[in-house]
Structure formats: C-alpha cells, structure tokens
Design a binder for this molecule. Structure first.
Ligand SMILES: CC(=O)SCCNC(=O)CCNC(=O)[C@H](O)C(C)(C)COP(=O)(O)OP(=O)(O)OC[C@H]1O[C@@H](n2cnc3c(N)ncnc32)[C@H](O)[C@@H]1OP(=O)(O)O
Ligand SMILES: CC(C)C(=O)C(=O)O
Length: 512
C-alpha cells in the first residue's frame, strides 16, 4: 500500500550536503541568510549543518535554530552519543528541532567501522533511542540504503522505528539507483517493515548518473513523502536532487503526479542566484528551471511561436519561479518576427521595407557576434552608413597593422558608381585607411573629432565610431557601427563626407 497523503515535505540540505561540495563553503552570515530565505519560501525542514564537524558549524546550526520562524531545524550526527548530544544542543533553541542520525548499512559501509550485522543493529537501537530521549523528532538514515541487502534494510529500519525514529530516510548515497528501482525499494519497505505506516519515508538521491530528480519523484509515487534536496542541486560529487526541479515537476505535472508542496515557487530564482553567489558554483546555462537559458529562445521559429502564444514553447511561466518574463535574445538564428518585436520594444516603428533592410544588416552583424544586444540594435538603427544613394561607398577594406613597420591599408570605394582601389600607409591602421579615403576623394575638410566606443561588452562588441568634420565653418558628422573597429571608422568617415557633399549641394549658390 502506498502512502495516502498527497503532501510532500521538502527537506533542504543545501547548508549540509550542499556545503560538502568541495569549494562550496559558506560563511556564517551567508548560511543565516540562506536559511532565512529557505524558511520564507516554505521549506518544511532545513538541515542546517553537522554540529560536531566544527565550532563554526555548531554556531551556524544554533543561530539558525534560534532564528527560524516556520521550518523544522535539523542537524546531522553520526551513530554515537557525542555527535547526537552536540546536535541536540545545537538545535535546542529551534521551535521545531530535529536530530538526524545515520550509519552506513551496505556491506561496503558496514566494513568501515568493522561491525557485524548484529553489532550494527544494536548500535542503531542505542543511538536512535538516545536521540529520541533528547527530542521528539528523530530522523534516521541507513546510508547507502540502495546497496544494502533488502532483508537487513527491513530489519534495521524496524529497529529504528521501534527506537523512536519518526522519519526514515532512504539515501541513494552514491547515485546508483534508477527510477523503477527507487520506487520498488520504497514500495517494498512500506509493505514489509512493521510500523512503516507510522512514519514518513524520505528519499535522498545523488546525481552521479543524472537521475536524482527522476529517482526522487519515483520514490514519491511509491509512497515516500519527504524529498531531500538542495538549491541548484548543490552537493557531494555530482550533487543532490535539485529542489527547484522536484518542486516545479510536481507543480507542472500535477495531472500525473498529484502531490502538493508548500513551497512558494516565486522565490526560486532569487534563492538560486544567491546560493550560486555564496557557494561560488555558477549555474550552468541550460540547467532545468534556473539556468540562464531555461526561459530564453533565440531561434526564429521558436521566437515567432512564443510571440504568437507562449505555451507553444514553454511549459511553465517564468513568473512562477520569480523571473520577470521570457527573454527572446537576438542572434544568428533569429527571424524577422523577433527583430520587429525588439525594434518595437526599443521604440522604433518600422515599415516592411525598413524591416527588410535592417534585417539584412542584423543578420550580417549576428554572423559576427555571439549575441546581439539591445544596444547593438539601436546602433544598427542609428548607423548613418549604407544609403544606396550615397555618392561615396566603401566596398572593401584590408589593413596590415602592428609591428615596427608603418601600417598599410587597401581600400576599394566607389565614387558615383566608379570603382577606385588604392593603397596607403599611415601611423596606425585608422590613419592608413583614412589616407586611402583622401586619395580617392581629396578634400580640405578638417577632422575635428574621432571617437570610438564599444556598444556592448566583450571582444566581439560592436564599436560605434563618431566623426566630426569642419569645412569653411560648416560642421558635418558621420557615424557607423561594426564589430570591426577599423571598418566602422572608415564608414563613419565616409558617412561624414557624404553628408558634406549633400551640405555643399544644398548651400551652393543658385545657377552654379
Ligand atoms: C553521505 C554523507 O554525506 S555523510 C556526511 C559526510 N559529511 C562529513 O563528513 C562532514 C563533516 N565531517 C567532519 O568534520 C569530520 O569527518 C568529523 C568531525 C565528523 C570526524 O572527524 P575525525 O574524527 O577526524 O574522523 P574522520 O573524518 O577521519 O573519519 C570518520 C570517522 O567517523 C566514523 N564514522 C563515519 N560515519 C559514521 C557513522 N555514521 N556513525 C559512527 N561513526 C561513523 C568512521 O568510521 C571514522 O571513524 P574512525 O576515526 O574511528 O576511523
Ligand atoms: C547522511 C546521508 C543522508 C547522506 O547524506 C547520504 O547518504 O548521501
């Protein structure tokens, strides 16, 4: 018989098993902050640390116990009185204290303290009884349960229940089990262990084979009613079951997994970011639920589908986990629908022809950049170059720069449709390229300002170049943006010259 209750308790062990990830150590204050966030988001039980491990761990568990408002506060202890007493002392001030004690029961783990099966059974009875004399809420774990002989597992769980354990946790310590086996194990224990219906079975899965979430959910379907998990799946080796994954799976697929948690899912994103910061473990981009790309769509077909109806490509709303919304980052796979939506967002009202033109330049840019940012789009829209009616047009540019030698540029430009190719030297690549322009289009205009700034971050950022020139007291400007700074410079310069030509024509005396 499976457990008839549909409420699944969420036991978070970010501060204990999560902190055991090499390098994830958190400071005292960071632990208090994370515990407060867990408490506020509705976590039923917080495993705050391993009090015997160090003075620091003891202090953190004690202070979290004192401060917690809603959650049960739990500490871990080995199967000895010293650990259990220290743990009891640490959780003493909690409104709802829990002692969690464990010992490895599989053949491999029984060999560590070198105990016979009977000796270990006696030790379990003594230690769980001792813990139960100190607090009412005792959790016991047969470490490496999934590699423990079933008969022995049933025997020691029965002993722990009789000694007063109120929660029996079934750890898949080395991430070895698989969903069907995880469910069968819980079902077998519920059927065979006397007193199983009096306690809560918990599932504690590791992710060594990438199955922690699936194994935890399978255990719940078989009757477990407590999931042990961590924020971002932090934990020993490949980590633990990720809290955000099991909670959202139960929410999104409640039709086939009709279980409830009391987690306020809108707080997920915030705590995920904070745990990533304090642990120093960045969340991978494609991580389920909390990865940067979990609610981002770059490809045109998906973006178009998302704009028509978000349900086309999203099974949950970003707001459900506390994100402001879906993002449709623009890149080389994007299409016109997303570009138009972005232009509208940025305040540009474009007609079909202009969209067609901008789209061509956008694709050219996207081919040279990983991601096209809002600033890149603004730069594309305000770029003064590439007007088909311009008298001067840059066709190609090649520069040889660096080293001791003078820099050289080869420029091909058309003047009123006639192609010119020249080569020139200069004091730098920009100077060499500008000298080429002067050879093709000689003029007396003075360069007053030449300014470059990166529109976005990174070495593939677009550079926006602004040029100001003066001729007979008249000022003209030119602008261009490109990931190639030298090309942007030449195009800005030529843009200013085209504006100068237009200005000359407008101001020339009539009849001349
Ligand atoms: C699967 C898990 O996540 S289990 C939790 C793992 N977490 C940690 O280990 C983090 C905290 N641990 C620590 O700070 C230290 O290991 C301490 C303070 C607990 C112990 O430190 P030490 O006394 O130096 O022992 P050490 O770490 O070298 O070895 C562990 C000892 O605990 C014993 N032990 C391990 N598990 C248990 C257990 N459940 N019950 C009783 N004894 C145990 C081992 O047999 C070994 O004993 P020994 O020293 O007599 O050989
Ligand atoms: C202490 C136990 C629950 C544990 O962390 C494990 O077995 O992975």
């Amino acid at each position: 018989m499976t457990n008839p209750s549909d409420h699944v308790l969420i036991f978070d062990t970010t501060l204990r098993d999560g902190e055991q990830s090499p390098g994830a150590t958190m400071t005292h204050d960071e632990k208090l902050e994370i515990a407060e966030m867990l408490d506020e988001m509705g976590v039923d039980i917080i495993e705050a640390g391993f009090p015997i491990a160090s003075e620091g761990d003891f202090a953190a568990v004690s202070e979290i116990a004192e401060r917690s408002q809603n959650s049960v506060i739990c500490g871990l202890s080995r199967a000895n009185f010293k650990d259990i007493d220290r743990c009891a002392e640490a959780v003493r001030k909690a409104a709802k204290p829990r002692i969690h004690t464990f010992i490895g029961t599989s053949p491999l783990h029984r060999a560590i303290p070198d105990l016979t099966m009977d000796e270990m059974a006696d030790l379990i009875h003594e230690t769980v009884s001792h813990a139960r004399n100190l607090v009412d809420d005792v959790q016991w774990s047969p470490m490496d349960a999934t590699r423990t002989e079933h008969d022995y597992l049933c025997r020691v769980i029965e002993i722990a229940i009789k000694a007063g354990a109120t929660t029996i946790n079934i750890p898949d310590t080395v991430g070895y089990t698989a969903p069907r086996e995880s469910a069968d194990l819980i079902r077998m224990l519920i059927e065979r262990v006397p007193g199983a219906d009096e306690i809560v079975f918990a599932t504690h899965c590791h992710n060594d084979l990438g199955m922690a979430t699936a194994n935890a959910l399978a255990a719940v379907e078989a009757g477990a009613r407590q999931i042990e998990c961590t924020i971002n799946g932090l934990g020993e080796r490949a980590g633990n079951t990720a809290l955000e994954e099991v909670v959202m799976a139960l929410k999104v697929r409640n039709d086939i997994m009709p279980f409830q948690t009391q987690i306020d899912t809108t707080k997920i994103m915030n705590i995920s970011r904070r745990v990533a910061q304090v642990s120093g473990f960045a969340v991978q981009y494609n991580k389920a639920i909390v990865g940067k790309n979990a609610f981002a769509h770059e490809s045109g077909i998906h973006q178009d589908g998302m704009l028509k109806n978000p349900e086309n490509f999203e099974i949950m709303r970003p707001e459900d986990i506390g994100l402001a919304g879906t993002s449709l980052p623009l890149g080389k796979h994007s299409g016109r629908a997303a570009l138009k939506a972005k232009l509208n967002d940025l305040g540009f009202d474009v007609g079909d022809n202009q969209l067609k033109d901008v789209f061509v330049r956008f694709k050219e840019l996207a081919d040279t950049k990983k991601e096209v940012f809002d600033e890149d789009i603004v730069a594309l829209m305000t770029d003064g170059t590439d007007d088909a009616n311009d008298q001067l047009q840059v066709k190609s540019l090649r520069v040889i720069a660096g080293g001791e030698e003078k820099n050289t540029a080869d420029l091909t430009m058309t003047v009123n449709g006639v192609e010119h190719k020249v080569t020139s030297e200069g004091d730098g690549p920009v100077d060499a390229a500008f000298n080429c322009v002067k050879m093709i289009f000689p003029h007396e205009a003075r360069l007053q300002l030449y300014q470059v700034h990166a529109v976005t971050e990174g070495t593939d950022a677009q550079a926006t170049v602004s040029v100001r020139m003066e001729e007979n007291g008249k000022i003209v400007t030119g602008q261009s943006s490109h990931t190639d700074t030298i090309l942007a410079s030449v195009r800005a310069y030529v843009n200013a010259l085209n504006n100068l030509i237009t200005r000359r024509e407008k101001t020339k005396p009539e009849g001349v």
